[in-house]
Design a protein around this ligand. Structure first.
Ligand SMILES: C[S@@+](CC[C@H](N)C(=O)[O-])C[C@H]1O[C@@H](n2cnc3c(N)ncnc32)[C@H](O)[C@@H]1O
Length: 234
């Protein structure tokens, strides 16, 4: 089933992040000057990214949303040179950190975007243009009055369905049990477009190919249980 046109976020959207500018280290500031032209992607409002032009080849593209400091994204990109990786994040120091890591590891299959992933999904990607999407440890927004800020909602899943090619995987992980239950409920309700690779109503048996992330290690130190969810686009 082809989903209808993905909903465009309303004019004053409820954001899944609070922009904390944070200070850039001297290295991160240099990275913006010297490395952003090589590894950064710019997208004008309403523009649809030309992914083969961005990467200089037609290899499958995996998107990671909210990569934080990008350690796990750099590890995934290094482990799969036959794939391209696109990271989207709003936090400048995290992007600076990943720019440095991209250079240090000599990665050629990684590009970064600084924008709200919700907007990117809604208007910046061609239909079925992604081989996969990763959402690792999104902000859990634990307070009830903030639940509406959680990025994984039915409208987000509809936007995903538009851009993930049939057979492509959506992998989410969280260390916040109530968010894990929420993710499961929302994704199971989209069963006509996303098939749970672990079987209906089940969490994935483990992290699979996902490297551990910084936020995950923090959660584990606090004794949180980590849940992974892996769905295949029908
Ligand atoms: C809890 S952190 C997890 C970071 C990383 N994935 C990890 O596991 O270490 C969530 C990240 O998502 C980013 N984020 C939240 N909403 C976003 C959005 N709509 N678009 C892009 N990035 C977003 C935040 O800036 C933050 O860095």
């Amino acid at each position: 089933m082809n989903p209808p046109q993905a909903p465009v976020p309303p004019r004053r959207p409820i954001r899944s992040f609070v922009l904390r500018e944070g200070r850039l280290t001297a290295g991160q500031a240099r990275a913006y000057d010297e490395l952003w032209p090589r590894f950064g992607a710019e997208r004008a409002s309403g523009e649809v990214l030309d992914l083969p032009a961005l990467f200089g080849n037609e290899r499958p593209v995996v998107l990671e949303i909210g990569f934080g400091n990008g350690e796990s994204l750099a590890t995934m990109a290094a482990a799969a040179p036959q794939r391209n990786f696109l990271g989207v994040e709003v936090h400048r120091p995290g992007i600076g950190h990943l720019l440095l890591e991209t250079e240090r590891r000599g990665l050629t299959n990684l590009r970064l975007l600084r924008e709200d992933a919700q907007v990117l999904l809604a208007q910046g990607l061609a239909p079925a243009s992604l081989a996969g999407v990763n959402l690792f440890f999104p902000d859990p927004w634990p307070k009830k009055r903030h639940h509406k800020r959680r990025i994984l909602q039915p409208a987000f899943v509809e936007r995903l369905a538009r851009v993930v090619a049939p057979g492509g995987l959506f992998h989410a992980a969280t260390d916040w049990e109530p968010y894990a239950e929420h993710m499961l409920t929302v994704l199971e309700a989209a069963g006509a477009i996303f098939e749970n690779t672990a079987g209906p109503g089940r969490f994935a048996p483990g992290r699979g190919e996902r490297p551990p992330t910084k936020f995950e290690r923090r959660g584990e130190r606090l004794g949180h249980r980590v849940r992974d969810l892996v769905y295949r686009r029908r």
